[in-house]
Design a protein around this ligand. Sequence first.
Ligand code: FEO
Length: 463
Amino acid sequence: MKAVKIKPDVYWVGFVDWNLQEFHGYTTPRGTTYNAYLIVDEQVTLVDTVKHYGYQQMMQRIASVIDPGDIDKLVVNHVEMDHSGSFVQFLHDVAGVEVITSPQGRQGLIEHYGATVDDVDFDIVRSGDERSLGSYSVSFVQVPMVHWPDSMVTYVPQLELLLSNDAFGQHIASDGRFDDEVGWGVLEPEAAKYYANIVLPYSERVVGVLDSVGDLAIDMIAPSHGVIWRSHIADIVSCYERWATHQTEPSAVVVYDTMWGSTEKMALALMRGLKEAGIPTVLRSLQTYHRSEVIADVLQSKIVAVGSPTLNRNMLPSVSAFLTYMKGLQPKERLGFAFGSYGWSGESAADVQQIISEAGLQTPEDPLRVKYVPGSDELEDVVRMGQKLAESAADVQQSERQQPGSEGGAAGQRWVCTVCGYVYDPSQGDESADIAPGTEFGDLPDDWVCPICSADRDKFEKE
Ligand code: FEO
């Protein structure tokens, strides 16, 4: 196992996980990669480790460059175990290593690894801090909730190298380490699927991250999953800007499950209406497509239509699972619609519509249901509904997010969540909790919690 030089004195020493097919509920048919990086300087520094079963490969790659015992510092950008899973073993095997991490990173390591962390020599850093390694230095930007409260990125200014951890990642295994060795045509959909399944609920924070790193000179982005960006940096940053601000194509995804084919007939009729109205549409049966694949379609689509027949006064469990997943990922600024067939009680379409609405989608049209098997007149009604949705989509304003101070009266004191870094801005309120712009922090309901990490109000401090 050899290291791969990515910059002068910087090496990829990660682990390619060709066989992984599932990553906490997300299908990964192309496998994945856990990336760690070695900076060889007066102070030899390893940035992140790998999942526990990739530890030996990581150490072999390190040993192809230097004696691992010569490592002086370990940067822990993120505590999630796909990156810190080798932490304890590494500290056991390499004595005297100083661990650089954020305050939340130190706390997370303690909460994951308990007493084994007691004797660790920590160097706690915050955004803007810089450490000299000799010829090079490393600086840090905390990026809470991209992906966890502890998340941080590391920057090497002399090399214009951003070690971005989870941000800009893709779940893909490849023998090429760089984007141009795999190709944008493969990477864009994988990066989109990764964003939709991992990053989407933290889009508000991503906007802040893009602002934070926007002033940095960047020649290379080296994430902790997938390939390293050196030829498509502008492309992937542009995608992140679009996805984080919920910009979508004028397109639709029709998601459904069916029992005896009636809801499927409705799905096909809806697709016909949408297509006749000029809306490119994809059809996704949940019997065939995994929810983590369908979410990638949701990321790109303005219209999300979801259909389920009624079974025992409920929607089908496959649709329920999809909606639960989508609700957690909080897609916004999209138009949702529910439909389905039924035999007698017929609750499913209204129940689907309710969850679509709770997930943050707009639902201008009432749900549509058909008893037993839809006839030709009923299917024509569904076609017309597709055309109507296409018209409604044109009216959905792309940018409902209010800019600071743009609306809502007095922009008062901003408060910061000490757990994840979310900023409550009175001029914006909190749309996810129906808190109107202009609501001061002190006037928030007692049960209001951080919309990002669910911390209580007492975890907030004045900015
Ligand atoms: Fe790749 Fe949030 O861990």
